[in-house]
Design a binder for this molecule. Structure first.
Ligand code: FPP
Length: 241
């Protein structure tokens, strides 16, 4: 049960794992598993709006997912486009802001234009931010951030010896200006971060569940939030200090 007094995370990150296993267990194709995964995103957005959560980041396609068969890659991107086409108006009315985190390289112009228009249409919304991590990998994000930062410093003639602060670097992360991740959820039994929001999750609480992503619903989210509410977060300090 979520009580009104319970401390909620500001930013939840989700590694939506298990679509393939869910499909195989039902004799369906992997694409059908991803489609069921997209329906789970719908449910997550609805509950997040009800609970008044601030931001959710969803790992929809990683920089490593290009290694998958082209048919599967195509089905994920088709789903993303379909998702935006069919939901954008409705979710925008509900106050959802869409963001994208990830490299634009390798994404097709069709996918980029869909993402860009979703960002533009929803830019003023603040009820809930849904950050789609597409073609995202933390290591690539950090390399990109350091290279943009050095370029900026060179232009401004800032001496190379001047130390870089965390705040300065964070401006160049794809997730800027989202707050750090408070709670990271990974479904389907794996206990890995898989190159997801490594910097942003420095002090995140990590919640692992065996539930496969297409089966993840209100009960699972509430279980994760309940568990989060019982954590004592010390950020490297002492509980009472
Ligand atoms: C991991 O499950 C899931 C992905 C790599 C893709 C996530 C995509 C979606 C939830 C749907 C996309 C929809 C939108 C709107 C972006 P897996 O395929 O690795 O599962 P497995 O480990 O059981 O094979």
């Amino acid at each position: 049960m979520i009580s009104s007094k319970q401390k909620l995370p500001r930013h939840i990150a989700v590694i939506m794992d298990g679509n393939g296993r869910w499909a195989t267990s039902k004799g369906l194709s992997r694409s059908e598993g991803h489609r069921a995964g997209a329906d789970s995103i719908d449910r997550l957005m609805e509950i997040s709006l009800e609970l008044g959560l601030e931001a959710i980041s969803l790992y929809a396609f990683s920089t490593e997912n290009w290694k998958r068969p082209v048919t599967e890659i195509r089905s994920i991107f088709n789903l993303l486009v379909e998702f935006i086409d069919s939901r954008l108006e409705g979710i925008s009315k509900k106050g959802v802001r869409i963001l994208h985190s990830g490299s634009r390289k390798r994404l097709s112009s069709k996918v980029l234009s869909k993402i860009d228009s979703a960002i533009e249409i929803t830019q003023k919304n603040r009820k809930l931010t849904v950050n789609f991590c597409v073609n995202y990998g933390s290591q690539e994000e950090l390399l990109n951030a350091f290279s943009k930062l050095s370029e900026e410093r060179r232009k401004k003639k800032i001496p190379i010896q001047k130390p870089i602060s965390t705040k300065e670097l964070e401006k160049y992360l794809y997730t800027y200006p989202l707050p750090p991740v408070d709670l990271l959820i990974r479904t389907a039994g794996e206990r890995r971060l898989s190159n997801f929001l490594l910097w942003q999750s420095a002090y995140a609480e990590l919640f692992f569940t065996d539930t496969l992503w297409p089966d993840f619903g209100e009960k699972d989210l509430k279980e994760a939030l309940d568990w989060y509410g019982r954590r004592t977060r010390k950020f490297g300090g002492l509980e009472n200090g």
